[in-house]
Design a binder for this molecule. Structure first.
Ligand code: FAD
Length: 420
C-alpha cells in the first residue's frame, strides 16, 4: 500500500518533532525548511529560551530525541515579588521533575540531521504562497509550523474570541550569558528558574541554560511593561549593549542580585533577541486561494507571551497531538472537520489552560492566585505543589481564579507543618 504523504513547513522544534514522529509512524514526510542544520547552529538567532517542563521532556524522550540527558539541571522555581525598593515575599518550590533549557540552535540543528537519518525528505526552501499551493496539491496533509512568520498569519485567521489581546503586553529582551554567579544571589536553595516580579515595571527571570557549544551558562529574559522603567531595550542594537542595559536595571531595581549579575557577558553575538508581539490564537484551518486547506501547530497556531514559559511546551504538545490524530484517522481524508477536531482536542487537553495560565501572569495578580502564592511563601508544600502544576497548567484551574476555591486548596495543606 502507498504511504500517505505529509508535508511539514518549518523546522523549529514543533515542526521537527511532528515530522520525526510521523516518519517513525511510517508516513512519507517532507520537511520544508528555510534553514539547513548548519544554518540553525551557526547563523540563526534562537527563537526563544526553550525552558521546557517534564511532560515535554517525556514526549521528546519517547521519540529518542532527548540527546542532552538532564542538562542543565533546573530543579524548580524561585519567585520574588518586588512591590517597592526591597525584595518582598518569596516563593521557592521544587518541580515534580527537572526542567530543561537547551539552546534551540543546537536542538533544531541536531533534530534536522536526525530527521534525515530516520528517512525523512528534507527540502531547503523558503516557502511562499505559490510553493505552498504546489505542496498542498501534492500531499495528503500539509502542516504549517513556521512560527510567527507573517505569511502564516495571513493564511490562518486570528481567533478573536480566544486570542484575548490585540496588542503586545510586554516588550522583550532575551540574553544568553556567561559569568552569572548564582551563589551570590541571596538565599539560593537550589538550581532554579529565578523570577522577579515588579508590579510597576514587569518581570525578569534567570534560567540555567545549555548553550549550543555544550557549555552551561544562563539566560535572562526581561518582560518590560511598555513605558515602564524596565522598557529600556528598544534602541539597543547588539546583545553586548543589551547586557549592559540589563546590568544597569538590576543595579538600580534589584541591587541584592547585582553581585551575582555584574560579570555577565553575552555567550556569542547571536545569543540575544528583542521584540514584542501580541499573544495570538489562530483558526485551525488555513484556506489557500485555490481552496486547498492546511493546518497549523506550534507558534503558528498559538503564540504565547514567554512570561510563563509555555510556548515551547505548547508546541511540543500540539505536535504530539497532531501525530496521534493523524494515526487515528487511518485512511480517511484529512479534511476541514479533521483539522478542527484535531485542534480542539489539543485546546481541551492542554492549549486552553496553558494559554489562560500564561495570560494570567501578564495581568495584575488576581486575589485567588495571590492568596495561594502567599500561602506558598509560608508553606513549602504549597510552594512545591504550585510549581509542580506548571507541568500541566489545567491543574491550576478552577481554583486559581476563584478566591473561595483557592482558600479550600490552601486548607488541604493545613495539616502540614509550616516553616518556622
Ligand atoms: C524571548 C522568548 C523566550 C521564550 N521562552 C520560552 C520558555 O522558556 N519556555 C517555552 O516553552 N517557550 C518559550 N518561548 C516560546 C518558544 O520559544 C516558542 O514557542 C517555540 O520555540 C516555537 O517553536 P515553533 O517550532 O512553533 O516555531 P519557531 O521556533 O519559530 O520555528 C519556525 C521555523 O520555521 C521556519 N520558517 C518560517 N517561515 C518559513 C517559510 N516561509 N519557509 C520555510 N521555513 C520557514 C523558521 O526559520 C523556523 O526555523 C519563548 C519565546 C521567546 C520569544
Amino acid at each position: 500500500m502507498l504511504k500517505r504523504k505529509i508535508a511539514v513547513i518549518g523546522a523549529g522544534q514543533a515542526g521537527l518533532l511532528c515530522a520525526i514522529g510521523l516518519v517513525d509512524k511510517g508516513y512519507e514526510v517532507s520537511l520544508f525548511s528555510d534553514r539547513t542544520a548548519a544554518n540553525w547552529l551557526n547563523d540563526a538567532v534562537p527563537t526563544g529560551l526553550n525552558g521546557i517542563q517534564q511532560a515535554s521532556i517525556d514526549i521528546e524522550h519517547s521519540y529518542g530525541l532527548d540527546y542532552w540527558g538532564s542538562e542543565p539541571v533546573i530543579e524548580g522555581v524561585d519567585l520574588t515579588l518586588v512591590p517597592g525598593d526591597e525584595p518582598g515575599p518569596r516563593l521557592i518550590g521544587r518541580a515534580t521533575g527537572p526542567l530543561q533549557a537547551v539552546d534551540l540552535r543546537l536542538k533544531c540543528s541536531r533534530w534536522i540531521e536526525e530527521f534525515e537519518t530516520r528517512g525523512g525528505n528534507l527540502v531547503i526552501q523558503n516557502i511562499g504562497l505559490d510553493e505552498l499551493e504546489t505542496i498542498a496539491a501534492s500531499h495528503d496533509l500539509t502542516v504549517i509550523a513556521a512560527g510567527k512568520a507573517k505569511l502564516m498569519g495571513d493564511i490562518f485567521e486570528r481567533d478573536a474570541a480566544r486570542s484575548v489581546y490585540t496588542e503586545p503586553q510586554r516588550r522583550l529582551c532575551m540574553l544568553i550569558v556567561d559569568g552569572v554567579k548564582p551563589e551570590r544571589f541571596p538565599g539560593m536553595k537550589f538550581s532554579a528558574l529565578k523570577f522577579h516580579m515588579f508590579p510597576a515595571h514587569g518581570e525578569y527571570f534567570w534560567l540555567p541554560f545549555f548553550h549550543k557549544t555544550g557549555r552551561r551558562c544562563h539566560s535572562i529574559l526581561f518582560e518590560a511593561k511598555p513605558g515602564s522603567a524596565m522598557d529600556r531595550f528598544n534602541d539597543c542594537t547588539s546583545g553586548a549593549e543589551g547586557v549592559e542595559i540589563a546590568k544597569a536595571f538590576i543595579r538600580e531595581f534589584a541591587p541584592w542580585e547585582y553581585a551575582g549579575a555584574k560579570d555577565m557577558q553575552l555567550m556569542d553575538e547571536r545569543a540575544w533577541l528583542k521584540g514584542a508581539f501580541p499573544p495570538t490564537v489562530r483558526h485551525p484551518v488555513g484556506k489557500l486561494p485555490s481552496g486547498a486547506i492546511v493546518t497549523p501547530i506550534g507558534d503558528t497556531a498559538m503564540a504565547f507571551d514567554p512570561i510563563g514559559g509555555q510556548g515551547g511546551n505548547n508546541g511540543i504538545q500540539s505536535a504530539q497531538n497532531l501525530i496521534e490524530q493523524v494515526v487515528a484517522q487511518g485512511d480517511a481524508p484529512f479534511d476541514e472537520q479533521w483539522m478542527i477536531d484535531t485542534f480542539e482536542r489539543h485546546w481541551q487537553r492542554f492549549g486552553e489552560a496553558s494559554y489562560a495560565f500564561n495570560n494570567l501572569l501578564l495581568e495584575p495578580l488576581e486575589p485567588a492566585a495571590a492568596s495561594v502564592i502567599m500561602a506558598g511563601v509560608e508553606n513549602p508544600s504549597i510552594a512545591d505543589d504550585f510549581v509542580g502544576r506548571f507541568n500541566q497548567p489545567s491543574r491550576f484551574f478552577p481554583w486559581i481564579r476563584d478566591p473561595e476555591l483557592a482558600q479550600q486548596h490552601i486548607e488541604t495543606f493545613a495539616s502540614e507543618s509550616l516553616t518556622p
